[in-house]
Design a protein around this ligand. Structure first.
Ligand code: GLU
Length: 483
């Protein structure tokens, strides 16, 4: 049996779209599941769409996700080069072979001529398809133009009748009428570069790709590629078309909404492990109710028969939940390292004990970008409504606070060393003498120094994190506020 070889073939046009990451992931999982090879190929023949730096973004993103290629531009392999622009010179001879076989032909029509005929077709309400004008040139006429250096493209001589059928591993048997899906598409452009439509066939063949995984937008182009494979007499690969990753039933993920790119999510503080885990489940299911997967577990579980035919919905709320689950399970030191820059956004330079803060925050973190809003009260005392001193369960209200807070002030002022334990011991020692329940002191204390009902940690933790000076300052301000 031949070894399974899959590839991810992105065009370096910018950031990595989540749909692209998922395509790469599935191609990787499928190869690894079958003991095969996963190849990375950079498709940069469309130089106008090329964005500098985009290739590095592809490498970095895939590596970050743990989607590692066995052959590729930066690591080489037996079928290189793996960047299409570096393969430029090898495509023309293949196109010439097709010309010999009558499956392709030289076209010398100028842009102006084509524009004119396109405009005329549109005026007739027709969609312009190249009209095989140059197919009628004799061999001698073609040679004369080539000798004279007339610019040319090479076009596929597409069938105008009949239909093409193929089997897709997700969508089953597909049939397309040739007249609708084929045209005399350009194979080699004037600049000598192949088009995507040509290069993907040549490269998938030369690189021994056995299974082609790509988006459903290529379902209807596949007959053209099969025409080329057949013209060469090459074996056609297996096709696995993947549905689009959608935000909801109507909307695609969009750049504008900041939910299209891998980096959007990393910048918002999602964990790459959670993102990869969740992405795997958008459009595929393991056939069990398992939701959490390591990469190795995904490899074990992956089965193309469980790829969905309907678009995958990328549910951010679900991802946030899953991310939270990953955060809870994170090694504490890793959490601290990742959380620190988010702490810095509001607490930089304040000398807050980040380690203690991280202990309090880890269980309260779903995505890291929400940390600053959750700890903003540590940086600045929020203005609050004294009504929040009321708490039925804690038997606290404004009156209790007005009584307790002035008693608390000298106690805190005289705490010997500002540690959580010392603050705790000093306050707790006084409560019985004041004839109060713990909640009647601790609730008002927490409100008075945090300005909010819900905080990570209780009164002692917050007092400790704020430091003596700031705690006392806030307490005095709250006493004054209550009058
Ligand atoms: N370069 C194409 C793209 O980015 C690749 C499609 C394919 O996998 O063949 O859409």
């Amino acid at each position: 049996m031949t070894q399974v070889r899959t590839r991810f073939a992105p065009s370096p046009t910018g950031f990595m779209h989540l749909g692209g990451v998922r395509t790469a992931l599935y191609a990787y999982l499928f190869a690894k599941k079958n003991g095969g090879k996963f190849i990375l190929r950079i498709e940069d023949t469309d130089q106008e769409r090329f964005v500098p730096g985009a290739t590095e973004v592809i490498y970095d993103t895939l590596r970050d996700c743990g989607i590692l290629w066995d052959e590729g531009p930066d690591i080489g392999g037996d079928f290189g080069p793996y960047i299409q622009s570096e393969r430029k010179s090898l495509y023309l001879p293949y196109a010439q072979q097709l010309v010999e076989k009558g499956a392709a032909y030289y076209c010398f029509c100028t842009k102006e001529e084509l524009d004119e005929r396109r405009a005329a077709a549109e005026a007739r309400g027709e969609v312009f398809k190249y009209d095989k004008h140059c197919l009628s040139l004799s061999k001698e006429e073609v040679q004369a133009k080539l000798d004279a250096g007339v610019p040319y493209v090479i076009r596929m001589n597409a069938p105008t009748e009949g239909s093409t059928s193929y089997h897709d591993l997700v969508f089953g048997d597909m049939t397309f009428p040739n007249a609708d899906t084929m045209d005399d598409m350009v194979l080699i452009k004037q600049d000598g570069m192949p088009t995507y439509n040509f290069a993907n066939v040549i490269d998938d063949h030369l690189m021994g790709i056995t299974h082609v995984m790509r988006g459903t937008e290529y379902l209807s182009s596949t007959p053209r590629y099969n025409f080329l494979y057949n013209a060469f007499g090459w074996e056609i690969p297996q096709y696995i078309h993947l549905t689009t990753v959608m935000r909801d039933a109507q909307h695609k993920l969009s750049k504008r909404d900041g939910d299209a790119y891998y980096s959007d999510f990393i910048n918002k503080g999602f964990l790459k492990e959670a993102l990869v885990n969740y992405l795997a489940l958008v459009g595929w299911n393991p056939g069990t109710d398992q939701e959490f997967f390591t990469m190795d577990e995904l490899i074990q579980a992956f089965d193309v028969r469980h790829l969905n035919k309907s678009p995958g919905i990328f549910d951010v709320t679900k991802l946030e939940w899953m991310n939270g689950q990953y955060v809870q399970k994170m090694d504490f030191e890793d959490y601290l390292k990742m959380a620190a820059p988010w702490f810095d956004k509001v607490l930089a330079g304040k000398g807050t004990d980040y380690r203690r803060l991280a202990e309090l925050m880890q269980s309260r973190t779903d995505i890291f970008s929400r940390i600053p809003e959750k700890i903003a009260f540590l940086a600045e005392m929020p203005d609050y409504d004294p009504a929040i001193f009321f708490n039925k369960k804690q038997k606290s209200d404004e009156t209790v606070a007005r009584e307790v807070l002035p008693q608390l002030l000298p106690v805190l002022e005289s705490v010997p060393e500002w540690t959580e334990a010392a603050i705790h011991d000093a306050v707790m020692a006084k409560i019985p003498a004041w004839g109060k329940k713990n909640g009647q002191v601790l609730w008002p204390m927490r409100i008075a120094i945090s300005g909010q009902e819900s905080t990570p940690g209780g009164a002692f933790e917050i007092a400790y994190l704020l430091g003596r000076e700031e705690t006392l300052r806030r307490l005095r301000a709250s006493i004054a506020k209550l009058g």
